[in-house]
Design a protein around this ligand. Structure first.
Ligand code: XIL
Length: 710
């Protein structure tokens, strides 16, 4: 039972941590359907396969689940099919074609004319001299038509010519086309011929021009120019293949969007033909193998996921012209870039990555969402700072200056990736509205963790984090209103058990000290990663109290907030956390100190203990271990009490249990009902629209306070 509660609390608490990514990849259950299903209203989702992929039972199952288009990674290329003139090898290509025939999966043909993976016999004689144009054309026609004819029952489109456009930069007046042997023999015409031969062999196949660096503005213009000239000359070209060998830094989605828009002016079909996103700076045809890091960091994963998610969003937007998106290889193990580049959505063991879920789990409503441009500075900003900003929908927009940085990520949402503008400023907006209320975050700049210089800092995750506040619709209950205000003062008390001078903050109500009245005390604990500053800063406990007192809704009381020693454990070791040390500090040192130095009702009836998250676990343990100490208990996203574990119902005068609606509220409400049924004065509360976060706990304090000391 205890173990279960702990496990449950740990799960609850993880949600509170500012960056989920920092806990490493989570195991993802075996999917029941695939990318092809998620994208059925948009485009086909394909994959490039090798021999192993189509002969291994596990990989076959994955391919059939996920994809509805296949490309042979190498088997249909010129060199593999016809290494020497007239000498055809079909086994590998046939195996893949048969796999597609058997399983009713569409086959993209790749590729008929490419300067790479081609037998030199195609374009030169035995002495290495380029062939006369006619002979080259005869070779090309014979080859193309042999391959196209053999597979025309199953291949629905062909990458006819591959990578014939020159890379940037092209010197002024230089050719827009690659200086390949074929080009040297015949100029641009060889491209036209290749399409004509293919079309002759299979008039039904869609014929593509395919290339990389397809989103780079200058090269995409050259690709467009080539295809435009072909169209104008009546060449049977139907589509443009954007290879899409991208990386975690680029291309920008504006460039991808612009390239697709440009291409769609000249063709009706665009395929992403060879998609992968490397964990390094290489792009396109830069064939530097295994350049990735052997150990991939979470920030790199975040960049990769963001790049995939942003790309698919652009592709969905262009679904009218995009008919197929093909990944270049099944899992990282197969990747032509080497496993260390980890460029795919399935890892080296063919397990789906978090990015797979993110690509698959898109929300069509969010695609259409319009972000209102009514952003205002967050109320937690440093003086004079404009950013971060928050809009009326709850989107957060960040902007920081880091002219030399390569990447900036804010730990909001599942990681908000910022993009650099011409002035060296990085800007980004959360992908979705944030919950109302307070959020911790930090920036990860090139893998290093920094705070946002725009905001104040708040202690959470065992460090001073940046904070941003999304105004809540019910913010009045914790607003700074024109009512009498109490004080928050720091006390330093000697702790013999820990041999330390320890700190606490004490809230005293406005009336405190003005008469001889004694006040009851709530000992209020923070959660894991936080400390004694949390409740009166991000928690606004003092303002909540001032407002409640002004409204006459509560009996005024003192709140004592001290460090609950929660951070002397590390995540993973929570189950082993020892409450006893804190129990001693609290019950045997702090409570006597407070009773000696403040006008308190120094008996059990005048004491309550409550805590959020891990502070709730402490509250639970300490109130039960010391039934003589506290008369009121409160657990805020911090578990439950059962009637059975409270030995004598008379030991407690009130129990409050609350949490956010996004953190499993049923269990909380059931526990409260069980307690009530057993005769306890118990209250359950669910904060609507919030998770394991401070607005939940502000509201909990507001709801709990009126039931204390009555
Ligand atoms: C790659 C294959 O994946 C590798 O196995 C092979 O060694 C080289 O070619 N552009 C293309 C693809 O059009 O055919 C290339 O495939 C990757 C770059």
């Amino acid at each position: 039972m205890k173990k279960l509660i702990l496990a449950g609390l740990c799960a609850l608490m993880i949600g509170a941590l500012p960056s989920r990514a920092q806990w490493g990849p989570r195991a993802i259950p075996e999917p029941t359907d695939g990318l092809k299903d998620a994208y059925k209203d948009y485009f086909m989702v394909g994959v490039a396969v090798n021999n192993r992929n189509v002969t291994d039972a596990g990989q076959i199952a994955l391919i059939k689940r996920e994809f509805n288009s296949i490309t042979a990674e190498n088997a249909m290329k010129t060199q593999p099919t016809e290494p020497r003139k007239g000498e055809f090898h079909w086994e590998d290509a046939d195996r893949i074609a048969d796999f597609c025939r058997r399983n009713g999966i569409k086959l993209r043909g790749h590729t008929l004319m490419w300067h790479s993976q081609i037998g030199p016999w195609m374009y030169q004689d035995e002495d290495g001299k380029l062939l006369p144009k006619e002979e080259f054309y005869a070779n090309m026609k014979h080859h193309i038509q042999a391959v196209v004819n053999r597979y025309k029952d199953v291949v629905y489109c062909w990458d006819v010519v591959n990578e014939a456009v020159a890379d940037s930069p092209v010197r002024p007046g230089g050719s827009e086309l690659r200086d390949s042997p074929m080009y040297r023999i015949a100029g641009e015409e060889f491209i036209y011929k290749a399409f004509e031969y293919a079309h002759e062999a299979d008039p039904d196949a869609l014929l593509f021009y395919n290339d990389y660096n397809d989103a780079e503005p200058a090269k995409s213009r050259r690709i467009y120019n080539l295809v435009k000239r072909m169209k104008d000359a009546g060449v049977p070209v139907d589509g443009i293949g954007m290879q899409g060998h991208y990386n975690i830094y680029g291309p920008s989605m504006d460039d991808v969007d612009a390239a697709i828009t440009l291409y769609s002016q000249v063709v009706k079909h665009i395929h992403i033909t060879e998609l992968d996103i490397r964990i390094n700076e290489d792009m396109g045809g830069g064939l530097r193998f295994n350049q990735g890091q052997a150990r991939i960091s979470d920030w790199q994963r975040t960049l990769q996921q963001d790049q995939y998610v942003s790309l698919f969003k652009v592709l969905r937007k262009h679904k009218d012209v995009i008919d197929c998106v093909t990944f270049w290889n099944v899992g990282d193990r197969d990747s032509w870039l080497g496993v260390n580049n980890a460029p795919l959505l399935f890892d080296q063991d063919y397990r789906p990555k978090q990015a797979y879920l993110a690509v698959k789990g898109f929300d069509p409503k969010m695609d259409a969402a319009v972000i209102k441009e009514d952003f205002r500075p967050s109320e937690l900003n440093q003086p004079g700072q404009e950013y971060p900003m928050v809009n009326s929908q709850g989107y957060v927009r960040l902007r920081v200056n880091a002219p030399q940085a390569r990447s900036v990520i804010a730990s909001l949402g599942s990681g908000t990736v910022l993009h650099k503008d011409a002035d060296g400023f990085w800007t980004g907006t959360t992908a979705a509205p944030e919950d109302e209320g307070f959020h911790y975050y930090h920036l990860t700049v090139d893998g290093g963790v920094f705070n946002d210089p725009g905001t104040l800092n708040f202690f959470g995750s065992t460090r001073w984090e940046s904070g941003v506040e999304v105004p809540a619709h019910d913010a009045a209950f914790y607003a700074e209103r024109d009512v009498p205000h109490g004080n928050v003062q720091q006390i330093l008390f000697r702790s013999a058990s820990t041999d330390q001078l320890r700190r606490a903050f004490v809230y005293t109500p406005p009336q405190y000290g003005k008469d001889r009245k004694k006040y009851p005390v709530l000992y209020l604990q923070h959660g894991w990663g936080e400390n004694e500053y949390a409740w009166w800063n991000q928690g606004k406990a003092n303002l909540i109290m001032d407002n409640l007192i002004a409204e006459g809704r509560i009996e005024p009381f003192i709140i004592v907030m001290t460090y609950g020693m929660t951070n002397d454990t590390r995540i993973g070791g929570l189950g082993g956390f020892n409450y006893k040390d804190f129990e001693t500090v609290l019950c045997d040192e702090l409570v006597p100190y407070v009773d000696a130095h403040f006008r308190t009702v120094a008996r059990k009836d005048g004491r309550a203990m409550a805590g959020l998250s891990m502070g709730g676990m402490e509250t639970h343990a300490i109130t039960l271990a010391r039934p003589e100490m506290f008369a009121y208990y409160g657990l805020l996203s911090g578990g439950i009490y059962t009637p059975e574990e409270i030995q004598d119902p008379r030991q407690v005068k009130g129990i409050f249990i609350g949490c956010g609606s996004k953190e499993g509220p049923d269990r909380i409400m059931k526990a409260a009902a069980d307690l009530q049924a057993a005769g306890f004065n118990a209250k359950g509360y669910v904060s609507e629209g919030t998770a394991h976060e401070f607005l939940t706990w502000r509201r909990c304090l507001y709801e709990m306070a009126p039931m204390l000391f009555r």
